[in-house]
Design a protein around this ligand. Structure first.
Ligand code: HEC
Length: 446
């Protein structure tokens, strides 16, 4: 991603902090959405297969309802799936500019994969609406045989399109999630991993544990979203068919529970995997928050499953969301801790950059060479005696008429005389160097 490096400017420490906050916001949009689309596509694909093989129309209806509710609209795919990832990539270019971590390349790959994956999932979604349409047309039984044949033909190719786009969509989404996690993990583990190859990163146990964690969280959130949209958002009245209601409830309970029950295990493994230099109190606090919220989720699931209190569906969804948000903050804090060093380098580059700008644009305040000499140089130099450094009377004659060379030496001293230690860089501004050079050159002769 070298072409992007050219866009990077040194930034102040405050700006870099702001970028970290922005990254958290983008993750708030991206992670829940992709989780639910991934989980929704998997569940929908499963019930579609089951529906086709058993001929049970309730399964087919559920497959279609799930994908329609959980993928929202096409534009939300762009707003919540594609754009946040692109933003995260650009932010990472700025944040990790000075390091050789391939995070931006991984995020770019994830961006391509997610775009493909989402397109396929939306095709899958529309193929199911078409299936319904074809079914209605078949039930209608036209008198024209020719028309019946055409309907059967299109219906068949639509079914195979649905199966293919759903399956491939799921695979692409999975690969996108995997590369995305590798990119973020590579930045967090940058100091331990150094310049490890892409494959050893993709298949490292830390990345694989995080992928499993993501999948578990994705299913838990998918289940909670099904409860939320089917039983909370006015859907309660919509479901009149008791058998269908039972199917939705049982399935949503199973996947929320299956996801939520393994979450704590992976949460702990992930904290354990983090290198010591990224741990801080806040990281632990947010991890603990995510853990406690997961326990609340169990409680709510019990209420819905055993006590049939469907009005808890809303709370279930929000608690699950907060658990995931808490985890995102924890992860991003770890990332910020891991990249502290790079941020320091970037912000100190910014400081020099700004000082240089100020010097150029500042109104010419006369700098006194004598002042600089007394303040800095006199610690090591006198005109007529050697101190730490040689006396000026001894060294300056060779600089007669060569002020520029003297200024260059003062700003960037090089080794000259083996009898002395090297002169350290006095760290003064160009105008100060010029003033002091003129001052000592005109003073030593007197
Ligand atoms: C910490 C001590 C120290 C300070 C402060 C210091 N110098 Fe030096 N300076 C030295 C030493 C040691 C040498 C001899 C270096 C050598 O010969 O390699 C030296 C050498 C020089 C020389 C001779 C270079 C030559 O070509 O032989 C000049 C001129 C000079 N310093 C100017 C300055 C000026 C002007 C300042 C203040 C802005 C300054 N120095 C501050 C230690 C210092």
């Amino acid at each position: 991603m070298e072409f992007l490096d050219k866009l990077v400017l040194p930034q102040s420490a405050e700006h870099l902090m702001l970028l970290h906050y922005l990254l958290i916001v983008t993750m708030f949009l991206f992670i829940p959405f992709v989780s639910v689309v991934f989980g929704g596509a998997a569940v929908s694909l499963y019930f579609r297969r089951k529906g086709i093989s058993t001929g049970n129309s309730l399964y087919l209806r559920y497959a279609k309802d799930i994908i329609e509710t959980l993928t929202l609209t096409k534009s939300s795919g762009i707003a919540l799936g594609i754009l946040p990832l692109l933003t995260a990539m650009l932010i990472s270019v700025q944040l990790l500019h000075t390091s050789n971590i391939a995070t931006d390349a991984f995020l770019f790959a994830a961006f391509l994969l997610i775009t493909t994956g989402l397109i396929l999932v939306y095709i899958f979604r529309y193929s199911q609406s078409f299936s319904e349409l074809f079914q209605t047309m078949k039930d209608f039984k036209s008198t024209s045989n020719e028309l019946n044949e055409i309907i059967t033909k299109f219906s068949r190719s639509n079914t195979s399109l649905g199966a293919k786009s759903g399956g491939w969509g799921l695979i692409f989404l999975f690969l996108a999630i995997w590369t995305f996690i590798t990119g973020i993990t590579a930045a967090t583990f940058s100091e331990v991993w150094g310049s490890a190859g892409a494959f050893s990163m993709l298949f490292s146990w830390q990345v694989l544990a995080r992928v499993l964690f993501f999948i578990a969280a994705a299913f838990a959130l998918t289940g909670a979203s099904i409860f939320f949209s089917f039983f909370y958002l006015g859907g309660r009245k919509k479901i009149k068919n008791e058998e269908y209601k039972e199917l939705v409830k049982n399935n949503a309970l199973t996947i929320t529970f299956a996801g939520a029950i393994i979450l704590p295990i992976f949460l702990i493994i992930n904290i354990y995997a983090l290198p010591a230099y990224v741990l801080s109190k806040a990281v632990f606090a947010y991890a603990l928050g995510a853990l406690l919220l997961t326990f609340v989720v169990y409680h709510l699931l019990y209420g819905i499953g055993k006590l049939k209190s469907f009005n808890l569906s809303g709370s279930l969804f929000f608690v699950m969301m907060f658990a995931i948000l808490s985890f995102i903050v924890q992860d991003q804090l770890a990332l910020a801790n891991a990249t502290k060093q790079q941020s320091l380098v970037l912000s100190s580059q910014y400081d020099t950059y700004i000082t240089a700008l100020k010097v150029e644009s500042a109104p010419a305040v006369a700098v006194s060479g004598e002042d600089v000499y007394k303040r800095i140089c006199s610690a090591c130099h006198q005109f007529d005696a050697k101190l730490v450094g040689p006396s000026y009377n001894e060294t300056l004659p060779k600089y007669e008429g060569k002020v520029d060379q003297l200024v260059a030496f003062i700003r960037n001293p090089s080794k000259v005389n083996p009898a002395y230690p090297p002169m350290p860089n006095p760290g003064i501004r160009p105008d100060e160097a010029k003033a002091v050079a003129e001052y000592i050159l005109s003073t030593y002769k007197k």
